[in-house]
Design a protein around this ligand. Structure first.
Ligand code: SF4
Length: 693
């Protein structure tokens, strides 16, 4: 840490990395951050933090940050710095020109889970009301969109059921497809504390994660083959149903009984038994039986899951299967239980809440609903299109086909984070106006015509919503270095396009959100300042928010059981690609590393490595630390090998923090059947020795 003297004042704000949402005191000397101190009254973190939030804010001052707007006629041309007004006029003229030439629906935009609720709300408002279509999507498309579908289908709302405090009442913790020790470290500490007090831990993951290896915790680890989540969940359900472990009273009172009966008859079939699915899943049937019995009978059972659940061709099915299990065992509607998605980015929950999906207005209300649209039309003074717009992959397809020609991308490097890189390149190359709004000239900006400099979380006011639905203030601690906070940039672009949005402060945007969104009806900056934070739903019925949901009934009324049949992914291993690649993160890096790699601190020095089992390494003549070539049907890359039995034979694993690794060159374009969330977690690959990149 570079100390620059004693602080003169401090401002409480919220970490902009992961979905835990730790509160910090930014200790300031003038416009400089002296240090970030975890805030003891932060309800999500209670005075704790991890290395990312505490130390990795230096990217705000990084020399590569772009502070002036830039434009260029063609992507082959050099960038030209211009005023904000000229950039807005240039972008607006191009976008309007595209609409004139190709039609109203030929443009759209992508919101960011890194930005505030208010900024996300404004982007979707600009697209729906200013562009006149619903071609808005969010980077959550590639991470937690199956959570939205699965939990809305079964419970009636797209959110985790509990607060983090709930873990203190948990007796059995099931972690599926998540590694909180690396990706959600402050929550992991609370979890481990509870485990040290005697709660039991079941980890369902292809890899022996840090949660399993933790010296003070004894975990039951089910090392399933990547892509078999649904089969494992169904086998657990088989044991619960056939051994009479269902909480019949809960199901009769709270769920649709006939749907339950249909589900129970399905899971009870012999082909769904642990023994029958063992070859497919790779999990010892005895361990599956022990896990099912422990979860169903061990007291309060809570399920936490991550992208190892959602980023699959059956991501939505797995979320539904998890919800089925929780309902069947009565593990919903009180502290200590529940179904809890661990959100990767700081504001995934918020960006979804704010109407970033092409079919949903803020508060998860379908765009086709006349009454809902009426409310928005009255306040926004426009006529809204009732037809759902394009999802991100559909935008790319339409661009290649020549019908989608302009895009506004806020705070996401779609070229690095979306699957099938060559298809994304083809789509961006075909477009006539790509507007990138970001801190750095990212990979997507190579194909952009307009670059609008973004502001960091330290330079703006607003709110983030964490993984437990907790809405917290983000407070400006310094003047935006680029001259404009992101919400002001969107307003500037909208105005140039002829759609005026007038707000003098983000609190006014939140007031509008509250007026239009029943679950946010009781939220205001005054209340957030008074209470520190609130968890939605926050309204007349719950003026101080809702820590635990579905207490007296599900949001949809009766809980819905859905039959979840296992369907193997189309991504198959074979003689040419005999291994399955899956991916994850390390503690000190964040996603593609755009921020953490730009913070001057030795702890960030790392590289993406390929974990490979000793047996698979020996077969290929690969030694620890050797360069290897990793090849899939989609592409290939080179990285160093780490030989470890953390992964099973037949499985390899890497992280994706460094652009050189180009992990998404390897991944295929298979995706979740319901939401198009890419199948990042299962790729058939071959590994061979290499001389290096
Ligand atoms: Fe930030 Fe997440 Fe670390 Fe908390 S746990 S400091 S929110 S990265």
């Amino acid at each position: 840490v570079i100390e620059i003297g004693q602080p003169e004042h401090s401002v409480v704000t919220t970490c902009a990395y992961c979905g835990v949402g730790c509160a910090f005191k930014a200790e300031m000397r003038g416009e400089e951050v002296v240090r970030m101190v975890p805030y003891k009254d932060g309800k999500a973190n209670r005075g704790h933090s991890c290395v990312k939030g505490r130390f990795a804010w230096g990217y705000t001052n990084h020399k590569e940050r772009i502070l002036k707007p830039m434009i260029r006629e063609r992507i082959e041309d050099p960038w030209r710095e211009v005023s904000w007004d000229e950039a807005f006029s240039f972008a607006a003229a191009r976008m309007r020109g595209i609409q004139k030439k190709y039609g109203r629906d030929a443009i759209g935009g992508i919101t960011s889970s890194r930005c505030t609720n208010e900024e996300t709300y404004l982007v979707q408002k600009l697209i729906r009301a200013g562009f006149g279509n619903n071609n808005v999507d969010t980077c959550a498309r590639v991470c937690h969109s199956p959570t939205g579908y699965g939990l809305a289908t079964t419970f009636g709302t797209s959110a985790g059921t509990q607060d983090f405090d709930s873990v203190e009442d948990t007796d059995v913790v099931v972690v599926i497809g998540a590694n909180p020790a690396s990706a959600h470290p402050v929550f992991a500490s609370r979890l481990k504390k509870r485990l040290r007090q005697g709660a039991k831990l079941i980890v369902i993951d292809p890899r022996r994660t840090e949660m399993v290896e933790s010296p003070h915790v004894k975990a039951l680890h089910l090392p399933l083959m990547p892509g078999t989540n649904v089969a494992v969940m169904t086998a657990l359900a088989h044991v619960i149903v056939t051994e009479g472990l269902v909480d019949g009273a809960f199901v009769r009172e709270r769920c649709d009984w006939s749907e339950f009966e249909e589900w129970a008859a399905f899971v009870a079939q012999p082909q769904n038994s642990p023994e029958a699915t063992a070859i497919l899943t790779g999990v010892d049937p005895n361990d599956l039986r022990e896990a099912a019995r422990t979860y169903a009978t061990g007291g309060n059972g809570a399920i936490y899951y991550g992208l190892g659940v959602t980023e699959h061709s059956q991501g939505s099915t797995t979320v539904i299967a998890i919800a089925n299990l929780a309902m069947a065992t009565g593990n919903i509607g009180r502290p200590g239980v529940g179904v809890n998605p661990l959100r990767g980015q700081n504001n995934v929950q918020g960006s979804c809440d704010m109407g970033s999906f092409p079919h949903e207005l803020p508060g998860y209300r379908h765009i086709s609903g006349d009454a809902v649209r009426d409310q928005f039309e009255a306040l926004w003074n426009v006529k809204l299109n009732p037809e759902p717009g394009l999802r991100i992959p559909n935008m790319f397809d339409a661009a290649v086909e020549g019908t989608f020609m302009g895009i506004y991308v806020q705070g996401e490097d779609i070229l690095q984070s979306d699957p099938n890189t060559s298809h994304v390149v083809a789509a961006l190359s075909a477009m006539e106006c790509v507007i990138v709004h970001d801190l750095f000239l990212n990979e997507t900006a190579n194909y952009a015509h307009v670059f609008l400099p973004g502001s960091s979380f330290l330079e703006k006011d607003g709110t983030f919503t964490n993984a437990e639905r907790r809405i917290q203030r983000v407070r400006k601690v310094m003047t935006p270095k680029n001259g404009m906070a992101d919400w002001e940039v969107t307003i500037g672009l909208a105005k140039a396009m002829g759609f005026e949005m007038k707000y003098s402060h983000p609190s006014e945007i939140m007031d509008e959100i509250a007026a239009l969104t029943p679950t946010f009806a009781g939220v205001s900056y005054a209340k957030l300042d008074e209470l520190g934070s609130v968890q939605w739903p926050c309204n007349d019925k719950a003026p101080e928010g809702t820590p635990v949901m579905h207490i007296d009934g599900f949001v949809r009324g009766k809980g819905k059981f859905v039959v979840t049949e296992y369907v193997a992914t189309d991504e198959r291993t074979g003689p040419r690609y005999p291994l399955l690649l899956t991916t994850g993160r390390i503690l000190s890096q964040y996603n593609v590393g755009a921020q953490t790699r730009r913070t001057e601190n030795v702890v960030w020095h790392s590289e993406d490595r390929l974990e490979i089992h000793p047996h698979d390494a020996e077969q290929r003549g690969v030694r620890d630390g050797d360069w290897v070539r990793l090849k899939s049907r989609a592409g290939e890359t080179t990285l160093r090998a780490e030989i470890t039995d953390r992964v099973a034979p037949g499985v390899v694993y890497t992280t994706f923090h460094h652009p050189d690794t180009q992990a998404n060159v390897i991944t295929t374009d298979y995706s979740d059947w319901a939401t198009n969330c890419p199948e990042y977690k299962v790729t058939a690959v071959q590994v061979s020795p290499s001389n290096g990149p």
